[in-house]
Design a protein around this ligand. Structure first.
Ligand SMILES: [Zn+2]
Length: 316
């Protein structure tokens, strides 16, 4: 049961970690190594549809690999149930009360009415970090990292905003998109462009932020203004390179978790969550995709959770 969100308007470091279990047709490449806990993906048969949700800083190239071939993810059976329940008017919420520590707060509802929640932890007003366990429904290994972050002590000065899944409908159906067949990682308002149509794996939706799931994340980030947002995907086993402070943070996270820094290619990367998440804080903020392997054991989840806290501490 979620509590209505009343996030203070001050600056929080949101580390949006998109965690995803399974096979992500979203980022790319074929995993190679095995890091304890994070196993490289089962070399997705032939077509790994990369989904570098993150090309932003690297000028992602439409790649060579599984380009246009549509990955498994097909839109949900009920194509357009536009019964979207209106997400709670987060932005109208009072700005004075801090959200309770460790409690689930409802940010909004999915197209099918499932709650999209966030758990706030740590120092109110500290460096805001948003971590998102799953954005593609069939890539939800990252949820285990969120679960771990809900349990461990949070060092002083850090405020975590943990979103287990921004695509609960897709997760329930084990598909990439939401119920409207929209690839939520192409639906964000930064650099959004029409792409595909219902039934196409990268369908960007009828307009920028057209989906209630996307709107829920916009409302959260507008209020929290995270300094770091982490988006978890699967299962390309890599982190896209970048330059500047963003690049440094990525390399640090990669070295802590055993993921290689390798470019993700093979898709069209407009309207991605990670690009957008670099624009929300006053000074831009940092946001990137973490491509886990095909599975993530308990050890792997702990290792990633520790990396989130380490990186967050270094930003503080
Ligand atoms: Zn993905």
């Amino acid at each position: 049961m979620a509590v209505r969100m009343e996030v203070p308007r001050r600056r929080l470091a949101l580390v949006t970690v998109a965690l995803a279990l399974g096979a992500c047709s979203d980022d790319e490449a074929t995993p190679t190594t095995t890091d304890d806990g994070t196993e490289p993906g089962p070399a997705a048969s032939g077509t790994i549809a990369p989904d570098a949700s993150d090309p932003g800083a690297t000028s992602g190239s439409p790649g060579t690999s599984g380009t246009a071939s549509a990955p498994p993810a097909t839109p949900r059976d009920s194509p357009a149930t536009t019964t979207g329940t209106d997400p709670p008017p987060l932005t109208d919420a009072p700005t004075t009360t801090a959200a309770p520590d460790g409690e689930a707060i409802e940010l909004g509802r999915s197209v099918d009415g499932r709650p999209i929640t966030v758990i706030r932890r740590g120092t109110p007003g500290g460096t805001a970090i948003v971590a998102v366990g799953a954005i593609h429904g069939d890539e939800d290994a990252g949820v285990a990292i969120i679960d771990e972050l809900r349990r461990v002590p949070v060092p002083d000065g850090i405020e975590l905003w943990l979103v287990p899944s921004m695509n609960p409908d897709g997760q329930a159906a084990d598909v990439r998109q939401n119920v409207n067949g929209v690839d939520l990682n192409r639906n964000f308002p930064e650099n959004w462009s029409p792409l595909g149509e219902p039934g196409v794996w990268q369908y960007a939706g009828p307009s920028a932020a057209s989906e209630p799931e996307t709107q829920a994340m916009l409302a959260l980030s507008e209020r929290v203004q995270p300094q770091l947002t982490l988006w978890y995907h699967q299962d390309l086993f890599r982190i896209n390179p970048a330059t500047g402070l963003d690049g440094e943070i990525r390399r640090r996270y990669a070295s802590l978790t055993g993921l290689p820094i390798v470019e993700v290619t093979g898709g069209v990367y407009t309207g991605t969550a990670s690009q957008w998440s670099r624009t929300i804080a006053a000074d831009g903020g940092i946001g990137f995709t973490i491509e886990l392997g095909s599975s993530l054991g308990q050890r792997g989840a702990r290792r990633h959770a520790a990396a989130v806290l380490t990186v967050a501490g270094e930003l503080t």
